[in-house]
Design a protein around this ligand. Structure first.
Ligand code: NAD
Length: 335
């Protein structure tokens, strides 16, 4: 029997645990998993690109668990009332190879991407940062804001999207939280007023969501939307000015902002989590977490969900794997 977590199960889990506690646990889980980076099997994800988007498989494993995620990125999907990013994932036992958990991962991807941004911000954002900017108020946006609210104490949010409806949706969803929300008329005014920023837009091609001259010294940038070959968000002149942190260098060189420019990198995120390198070193440096999403983040969220779902008896047990008395008698299962 495999535990299956549907979207409704994940919703129930978050209700039981609360979003705040889930985010705090997830940030801790990510930090401790990144800190033991050498224990993981790592490779760039397997990607198949088409003119409409990208479909990816993201596996990793340590000695105990194997995980993988199926995920896509189709920037034009929202024009047809479909999500840009959807995902499903699995956690298995390395010892037996048996799957333990099969889960929806569209919501879990938004949660883990936001928690990873918040972890990077904990190391790289200017001290005492209170004002978060966000450009692109689509599916990922509220998650990014709340991970920073809970993980860093962010109280004010400046935001912009080219789609006015997406901005209204964002404001409505965040109304119940204790946040000061400031809609902005353009990306530049978001930047003028915040201490750190997430860019979460979805457009094919080379975009300049942030231009080099807009960014003031001391800013931290979490860029999540430039995440596949030929799809970037930042002015390359800005990338050249930044102290850059990535997930897996080999993958990010191909998929991140650094595919545009040949610049030296400061660190991989695990080196900050493991205390091998410092995060922010001066109040004036511009730091960039060039996030494209790495399989370890899916591993961390799947492990946490597996643990919490077991504790709270959530999810459905489905017979997707034969339960055998005589393991050599597979034919008996259908006879
Ligand atoms: P979405 O389509 O729901 O939202 C994207 C928003 O960006 C839309 O509201 C759109 O109007 C807006 N936008 C596009 N161009 C803009 C511009 N120039 N200025 C302002 N707003 C603009 O997509 P989503 O699910 O929120 O994902 C956002 C991005 O994050 C995607 O590119 C996706 O591939 C990426 N992503 C990355 C990770 C990661 O781990 N790094 C994980 C999940 C998603």
């Amino acid at each position: 029997m495999i535990r299956v977590m549907t979207i409704e199960d994940v919703r129930q889990l978050l209700k039981k645990v609360t979003l705040e506690r889930f985010f705090l646990r997830l940030i801790e889980q990510l930090k401790s998993d990144f800190a033991r980076w050498p224990e993981f099997r790592k490779s760039p994800r397997h990607a198949i690109q088409s003119s409409d988007g990208i479909i990816e498989l993201m596996p990793t494993a340590d000695k105990e668990y194997y995980s993988f995620k199926y995920v896509n990125g189709h920037p034009n999907n929202t024009q047809h009332n479909k999500l840009t990013v959807v995902a499903v994932g699995q956690l298995s036992s390395v010892k037996t190879g048996y799957p333990l958990l099969l889960s929806e991962m569209t919501v879990l991807t938004a949660l883990r991407t936001a928690a990873t941004s918040a972890l990077a911000s904990q190391f790289l954002a200017p001290k005492g940062a209170q004002k978060l900017g966000i450009i692109g108020t689509g599916a990922q946006s509220e998650f990014q804001v709340l991970a920073h609210h809970y993980g860093l104490g962010i109280r004010e949010v400046f935001y912009f999207d080219v789609d006015a409806k997406a901005m209204l949706k964002f404001a409505k969803n965040l109304e119940p939280y204790r946040l000061k929300l400031h809609p902005c008329k353009e990306g530049r005014s978001v930047l003028d007023q915040c201490d750190l920023i997430t860019t979460a837009t979805a457009r094919p091609g080379r975009q300049k969501v942030l231009e080099a001259d807009w960014v003031k010294p001391g800013m931290h940038i979490n860029k999540i939307g430039g995440d596949s070959p030929g799809k970037t968000e930042l002015d390359p002149r800005l990338v050249e000015k930044c102290k850059i942190v990535v997930e897996l260098t080999e993958q990010t060189r191909h998929e991140g902002e650094i595919q545009q420019v040949d610049v030296p990198l400061y660190a991989e995120l695990w080196e900050l989590a493991a205390g091998k390198k410092k995060g922010r070193e001066s109040p004036t440096e511009i730091t960039l977490f060039d996030s494209v999403g790495f399989a370890l983040e899916d591993y961390s969220v799947l492990r946490l969900v597996h643990e919490l779902a077991t504790d709270h008896h959530l999810g459905h047990k489905l017979d997707l794997i034969p339960d055998m008395v005589d393991p050599k008698n597979l034919f008996g299962v259908i006879a």
